[in-house]
Design a protein. Structure first.
Length: 295
């Protein structure tokens, strides 16, 4: 049996991530010539080129693009195996990259991270907050939190809890345009879309009746916070999770409508790359977040 060229695959993944042989050589700690020879050896074994090479630019070939993702996974699993062996003999330590939605990250995750770091002084957290959907594997995240209905994916997902959503509007909007009493009437109103919750607005009534409404209006954004000025200003109706609404309902800035028709619940999911092999520091963070955020 011929063993795979694991060094070649790891070097290929590093070049693909850094965009040049020189940068990859610095990252690995070898000469540029060594990196070039290692990639050339892998290309010879595969019988195809992995990179387009010019004097100014290095890009992946069409054959190299899908293979780069596989190479990244191989490298990640090898690193995780070594780290797991090391972690088994010592307290968890090292850096964990965590992605989370912006507002939820500030209000709910940041305080938990402070508590977690107090328990695990050897672990470092790089917290990336964005309402955009990140590519966990390509961008090198160990863990990501998502509030959404998840499509089929090779990623590993764990549903932690349900996030409540409400249909809300400003009193001034309802005074001008009237208050809808049935979800089917929303088509006559200006709807503000929170694009992180994809698809139509789905409702379930007390008798089990279901209604779906397509959200159309003057503003759609992947940040719920970005909708708030227009919403409070009376420009439309929105469906938003409770952690974005904050105290606006209590303070009377917004009013809940259609309370007899509850919007479909959205889950908070903890996502990780496909591999089940993870360093102890990542497992420690996953266990902590799962315990504190579940239900």
């Amino acid at each position: 049996m011929r063993l795979p060229d694991l060094e070649g695959w790891a070097t290929f993944a590093t070049v693909a991530d850094h965009g040049s042989f020189s940068a990859a050589a610095i990252a690995i700690g070898v000469s540029k010539a060594t990196v070039s020879k290692t990639v050339a050896r892998l290309e010879t074994a595969l019988g195809q080129s992995l990179f387009h090479r010019t004097s100014r630019r290095l890009t992946l070939t069409e054959a190299g693009k899908p293979l780069a993702d596989r190479a990244r996974r191989m490298l990640a699993e090898a690193i995780a195996a070594e780290e797991a062996a090391h972690d088994a003999a010592s307290a968890p330590e090292g850096r964990v990259r965590l992605a989370a939605p912006m507002t939820f990250g500030v209000t709910h995750i940041a305080p938990l991270i402070a508590e977690f770091l107090g328990r695990h002084p050897g672990i470092e957290i790089e917290l990336a907050l964005s309402d955009a959907r990140v590519d966990i594997v390509a961008e090198g995240f160990d863990v990501a939190l998502r509030i959404a209905d998840l499509p089929d994916s090779s990623l590993r997902a764990r549903r932690l809890c349900t996030i409540a959503s409400y249909i809300v509007a400003a009193p001034v909007y309802l005074e001008r345009h009237g208050t809808p009493n049935h979800p089917g009437e929303l088509g006559e109103h200006r709807l503000l879309g929170y694009t992180n919750i994809t698809g139509p607005w789905r409702f379930r009534g007390a008798g089990g009746a279901e209604v779906a409404v397509r959200a159309e209006g003057p503003l759609a954004a992947n940040s719920g916070e970005a909708l708030m000025p227009a919403l409070i200003g009376g420009l439309g109706i929105a469906r938003l999770p409770d952690f974005i609404l904050g105290d606006t309902l209590r303070d009377g800035l917004l009013v809940e409508i259609l309370s007899d028709w509850r919007p479909a619940a959205v889950g908070l999911h903890l996502m990780t790359p496909p591999s089940a092999l993870r360093p102890a520091r990542v497992e420690a963070l996953i266990d902590f977040l799962s315990e504190r955020l579940r239900d």
